[in-house]
Design a protein around this ligand. Structure first.
Ligand code: IDP
Ligand code: MG
Length: 140
């Protein structure tokens, strides 16, 4: 059975461009319930750990620098089939390839500065949610 939770971040460009409200509106309009949420800023160590899977990629240094460049919103979201439906809502990594009406098509600047994160599997949704929120901070 598909999982019911995913993890998201509104990335530094989304916050900087004043799109927190617009993006949260799209998320809740799409039927997601917010189970935990905070404004925070990643340290270099946290960004390196969060994106450790990309450590060998040529853009890793740029990615860590960007993700630590300003505050982010981190949130745990709930909905049937959350991971897949949220990836559909955000669109392709590169906004030039993101379907019309998706969050990245509307608000992302580039493949690097792409406004939002969405977990890519139920397993990673769990790991990423736990990375940012102690269990006690997640609303039942
Ligand atoms: P995803 O966020 O759509 O899952 P991933 O391939 O997991 O995409 O990449 C993680 C993040 O790394 C992207 O969201 C983007 O911010 C950044 N990134 C991916 N590819 C590139 C690139 O070619 N240049 C710069 N940054 C990139
Ligand atoms: Mg990814």
């Amino acid at each position: 059975m598909a999982g019911t939770r995913t993890f998201t971040m509104i990335k530094p460009d989304g916050v900087e461009d004043n799109n927190i409200g617009n993006i949260l509106q799209m998320i809740t309009d799409a039927g997601f319930t917010i189970k935990a949420m905070k404004l925070t800023r990643l340290s270099t160590e946290q960004a390196q750990e969060f994106y450790a899977i990309h450590a060998e990629r040529p853009f890793y240094g740029e990615l860590v620098e960007y993700m630590t460049s300003g505050p982010i919103i981190a949130a745990i979201l709930e909905k049937d089939n959350a991971v897949e439906d949220f990836r559909t809502l955000i669109g392709a990594t590169n906004p030039a390839e993101a379907a019309e009406g998706t969050i990245r098509a509307k608000y992302a600047e580039s493949i690097g500065r792409n406004a939002v994160h969405g977990s890519d599997s139920d397993e990673n949704a769990e790991i990423e949610g736990n990375f940012h929120f102690p269990v006690a901070e997640v609303v039942a």
